[in-house]
Design a protein around this ligand. Structure first.
Ligand code: PHE
Length: 338
């Protein structure tokens, strides 16, 4: 009878498989309820007394060998299943990190939403512009000193071609191709040859707005801006300071009341409580004429703001350069919505 056990022992040692079905069949045949081991244990009674000890020892050896074999084969198939999983091309990437929008996109989308909700369309235009659309049509003829206000990158081979310094150029293009009533905003990237600092960058972004219809007044401009600042900052306390832009007359700079409650407020507003957020004015009749709109019939207002500046205020970011460095530790702090 001991021979039988030894034969089984050899069989167990020789068994090998990577198929989990085969391993399970092996387990059932040896260690199952009606399996070989139970059978052999049941036969123990029939073993002659003098053989009982040796039989018992061999049988235990067989039992351990079976358990050992099953464990060994199962762990092999599990780890190879793991390898198969990793090379499975349909498997999702790990670890999954969800991205989020750049803070400038978040702020731009927010500004665009506010204006599209009151009927403004969105217009876009080229970043490489000609002199006419960026300057001349906007009441800035050649040699006009106000051209110096916007340090321009010219394309060297052609002095007529430049990187747009503002998205007012898009508004010129829009007026040239549309008749009033016109209600449009132009978000986009602009370029100025400025020394980079914590407050200035050569490349930045603007949203400019234009409204032209019959009898548009300065009061309409102010009310639109109050609506906008209330929607964006939750604060419509603004003031308009007289200013100068060649393309608007009269012109103003818009300040929002930021407050002086904290020391930080005091520092941000330099102790005045007010912060400049944009430029605006009534479109100069010369500009309307240049773009084929009759200034005797129509009037309008325009405004323009820097997205970086607004984002710095909303998020309390003190250095504009952070928006351009693409450091994920900075970028991932911004939630998709404001
Ligand atoms: N285009 C001006 C700028 O870039 C902003 C502006 C737009 C001012 C419209 C007045 C009216 O600085």
């Amino acid at each position: 009878m001991i021979e039988r056990i030894n034969d089984y022992l050899k069989e167990v040692e020789a068994f090998s498989s990577t198929s989990s079905q085969e391993i399970e069949a092996f387990r059932v045949s040896f260690a199952g309820k009606k399996g070989i081991l139970n059978d052999l244990f049941a036969s123990f009674r029939e073993v002659p007394a003098e053989e009982k000890k040796a039989y018992g020892q061999q049988l235990n050896k067989l039992k351990e060998a079976v358990a050992e074999k099953i464990k060994e084969l199962q762990s092999q198939t599990q780890s190879s299943a793991g390898i198969n999983k990793i090379s499975d091309p349909t498997r999702t990437a790990f670890p999954i990190q969800s991205g989020n929008r750049h803070p400038l996109s978040v702020v731009k989308n927010r500004i665009v939403d506010i204006f599209t909700q009151i009927g403004f369309s969105i217009s876009e235009g080229p970043e490489i512009e000609d002199d006419w659309h960026n300057f001349t049509a906007l009441n800035l003829p050649e040699h006009h000193p106000a051209r110096d206000m916007q340090d321009t990158f010219f394309i060297q081979t052609d002095p007529d071609i430049l990187l747009r310094t503002h998205t007012s150029s898009v508004q010129v293009r829009h007026m040239e191709t549309h008749q009033p009533p016109i209600r449009t905003i132009s978000p986009g990237r602009v370029f100025r040859n400025e020394a980079i600092s914590s407050r200035a960058h050569c490349i930045f972004h603007q949203v400019e707005g234009l409204y032209i219809a019959k009898d548009v007044s300065f009061a309409d401009l102010k009310q639109t801006l109050k609506y906008f600042t209330e929607a964006l900052f939750g604060n419509s306390k603004i003031r308009l300071r007289p200013s100068y832009f060649p393309f608007t007359e009269p012109s103003a700079e818009v300040d929002i009341y930021w407050g002086l409650e904290t020391e930080i407020d005091y520092r941000i507003t330099k102790g005045t409580g007010w912060l400049e957020i944009m430029g605006c004015g009534m479109v100069d009749p010369n500009v309307l004429k240049n773009c084929g709109i009759d200034p005797e019939v129509y009037s309008g207002f325009a405004f323009g703001m820097g997205i970086e500046r607004i984002a710095m205020l909303l998020y309390q970011v003190s250095d504009i350069r952070l928006f351009f460095e693409n450091d994920v530790r900075f970028l991932k702090q911004f939630k998709p919505t404001l």
